[in-house]
Every structure is written in structure tokens, then in C-alpha cells.
Write a protein that binds this ligand. Structure first.
Ligand SMILES: [Zn+2]
Length: 194
């Protein structure tokens, strides 16, 4: 069982609302989780869900229940099967769609340090947002807490192995965009790790 092997000094994981997604499979045999990928998403672009986020379009997309006819922007999402491990909403609440040990379908065609298919060895976290829209304080707070937990649990994820989707799929993806404050995030993470 996974839990029995966790070190006793593991920091608390922030509360995760469990949501059912089928958009994952097994990681390759013996694969070590060693990368954290930060994304953003909003549906339609730039519009944000209010609580309960279970009723949002993003939640529906990740759970495979989005009606792609309700908005013209969704037509291209017909048949698309994606999910990140977690979504951090504007209010800082966190939903989990895929267990961390499983391979979520979040990165698509991607490469990190010469290795392709980043889904194999990464955890994906979506921030509800847009590339040029400042993220909320609550989102940074939750992201730092979740990252702190994941770095302790998966020792091969280091601060140097936390990247944006834009970094592993350049030219194809731009998230989390210029709005994401990498220095503040890394500083907050470092202060928690002391
Ligand atoms: Zn992304």
C-alpha cells in the first residue's frame, strides 16, 4: 500500500476534493515520478468558475462530460480526453482528478531534458486562469502547499524539475504564461522547505 511507505515526516497534503476522471492510465513499469508541470486552463478562455466548481466546464472536460455544443470554443474539444492530476481554482480549493501514482493525460507531446512523453514521469497541476491574468493569492498559497507535499513525497521532483507546460511543449503551449510569478513561487517554496 502506498501510504505505509510514506516517510513519517511528510508534510500535510492540503485538502483535495476527489473527482472521477477516466482520463489516465498506468505509468510505465518502474517509472519514477520526477517532474512537476504547471498549467493553466479556463473554459471558455478567461471566464472562471464559481463554487461549486463541480458544475464548471473545466470539471466536465476532465470528467469526460463536457457538452461541446454549448459554446463555439468547445467544438474543438469534441472527443478530447485530458485531465491533470489536480486543478487549483481561483478560490484556492483543489480538486484531484487522477491519483498521483497514475499517468494523467495533461502534457501531450512534450520533452524535458531530452526525454519525450512527459506524462510518463510527471505530475500535472492546472491553475484556473489565463496566461495574462494574475493568479490569486489563494492559488499561490494552495500551489505552494501542494508542491511542498509533492516534493517531500516524490524526492526526484526537485525545484529545478518544476516547469511550465510552455517549457516542455514550446511553440505549442504557452501556459502558465507571463502572469505566473515564478520567482515568488520559488521563494515561497524555499521558505517552506527550510
Ligand atoms: Zn497546459
Amino acid at each position: 500500500m502506498k501510504f505505509s511507505t510514506e516517510p513519517p515526516d511528510l508534510p500535510d497534503c492540503p485538502p483535495l476534493v476527489q473527482r472521477p476522471s477516466a482520463h489516465f492510465d498506468q505509468r510505465p513499469e518502474g517509472e519514477v515520478i520526477s517532474l512537476l508541470v504547471i498549467h493553466n486552463i479556463s473554459l471558455p478562455a478567461g471566464s472562471f468558475a464559481s463554487a461549486p466548481q463541480q458544475d464548471s466546464y473545466v470539471d466536465a472536460l476532465f470528467c469526460g462530460k463536457l457538452d461541446c455544443q454549448v459554446h463555439p470554443d468547445f467544438h474543438s474539444l469534441q472527443g478530447v480526453r485530458v485531465a491533470a492530476h489536480c486543478v487549483i481554482w481561483r478560490d484556492g480549493s483543489i480538486f484531484q482528478y487522477v491519483p498521483f501514482a497514475r499517468r494523467a493525460w495533461h502534457a501531450g507531446q512534450s520533452t524535458f531534458a531530452g526525454r519525450a512523453n512527459c506524462n510518463d514521469f510527471s505530475i500535472g497541476i492546472e491553475l484556473e486562469g489565463g496566461d495574462n491574468i494574475p493568479y490569486t493569492e489563494q492559488q499561490y498559497h494552495s500551489l505552494v502547499a501542494l508542491s511542498h507535499y509533492l516534493l517531500a513525497r516524490y524526492k526526484d521532483i526537485t525545484p529545478q524539475r518544476i516547469v511550465g507546460h510552455c517549457d516542455i511543449a514550446p511553440g505549442r503551449k504557452t501556459d502558465p504564461g507571463p502572469a505566473f510569478d515564478w520567482p515568488a513561487y520559488h521563494a515561497a517554496l524555499a521558505s517552506q522547505r527550510v
